[in-house]
Write a protein that binds this ligand. Structure first.
Ligand SMILES: *Cc1c(COP(=O)(O)O)cnc(C)c1O
Length: 315
């Protein structure tokens, strides 16, 4: 198996991110809940995409790219962090974002305005059309360009969360569960593969905040990342847990998510976002209420960021 150090990587974040026991939440839920603060990754307002971008933008740089394209919803945290990271590396970011969702100048669009990012709102729901548009724009510019998929979720980006699993191992505590939001899949897939490699005994549960075939996406990304690493593992359904946490729809706030946001804000002074982490934490609360965790279990919640989304939400 290859070592993670053999892959080109740019330094964008501050790692390791802290792990802390949530004492008041643990008491409320009669189990041991911990948080890993990937909302404090140190670029922009923090968030999970920084770990993926360390690998993706190193690849872009190795290929001589001057322009980096990516896409997502109008309030994509991933797109904003890609622009922030590209700026730091002296590359130009062009964001082709879907027009649906909050498109007035709030949240991530406001941060992109502050950075002077080239943002183009595209009136389609089909990512293939957007990737084709990237090629049209890139060819017209006539400079080397690099395309990053929605959420940075390809095999290479997922290595960021394989590295996170190794980081958790190095932080010296063992967990029975890791719970994270699953939006485009790379975070969950990286953690689930990383757990298989570095965290035996830890089950990773992806809280699905979008309606997509994650039972196909998750193992496909895990296999892709394992292939890059030349890791000899077989991936099966026993390697990951998935749970619906979408509520009324992707990026539409849910009552359960809002309750989870209020719970963590009031009891721990930690702010979750309405699109991803609020719904993911609501899923954790629901599992606890259903008796999924024993009193002696240790459950690690990945806070994957999303702060800007709070300021674009209609809560
Ligand atoms: C993108 C994102 C996620 C989901 O991660 P994926 O790798 O896309 O599944 C979770 N939380 C936040 C705040 C995000 O921006």
């Amino acid at each position: 198996m290859k070592r993670l150090e053999e892959f080109p990587r740019v330094s964008l974040g501050v790692f390791p991110t802290p792990i802390r026991r949530l004492d008041r939440i643990s008491k409320l839920l009669h189990t041991n809940v911990y948080v890993k603060r990937d909302d404090l990754t140190g670029l922009g307002l923090g968030g999970n995409k920084t770990r993926k971008l360390e690998f993706l933008l190193a690849d872009a740089r190795a290929q001589g790219a001057q322009v980096v394209f990516t896409t997502g919803g109008a309030q994509s945290n991933h797109a904003m962090l890609t622009a922030a990271a590209a700026g730091r590396l002296g590359m130009r970011a062009i964001l082709l974002l879907k027009k649906r969702g909050v498109t007035d100048c709030r949240g991530n669009l406001l941060l992109e305005k502050l950075m002077g990012t080239d943002v183009r709102l595209i009136d389609t729901d089909d990512y293939n059309e957007i990737y084709a548009e990237m090629d049209r724009v890139g060819r017209a510019l006539g400079v080397p360009y690099y395309k990053i998929p929605c959420g940075g979720s390809n095999a290479l980006g997922s290595l960021g969360y394989v590295a996170c699993a190794r980081e958790i191992h190095e932080q010296g505590q063992a967990f029975d569960y890791i719970v994270c939001a699953e939006g485009s899949g790379g975070t969950m897939a990286g953690l689930a593969l990383g757990a298989k490699l570095y965290l035996p005994g830890t089950r990773v549960c992806g809280m699905m905040v979008d309606r997509a075939p994650f039972d196909e996406i998750t193992p496909a990304l895990m296999r892709g990342a394992a292939a890059l690493l030349e890791a000899e593992v077989t991936i099966g359904p026993e390697d990951y847990l998935l749970r619906d946490a979408c509520g009324p729809g992707y990026a539409v706030p849910s009552p359960e998510g809002n309750e989870a946001i209020a719970c963590l804000a009031a009891n721990e002074g930690i702010f979750l976002d309405p699109t991803y982490t609020g719904k993911a934490f609501a899923g954790l609360l629901a599992m606890a209420r259903e008796g999924a965790f024993r009193p002696e279990d240790k459950v690690l919640f990945l806070h994957s960021g999303g702060a800007a989304g709070i300021f674009a939400a209609a809560l």
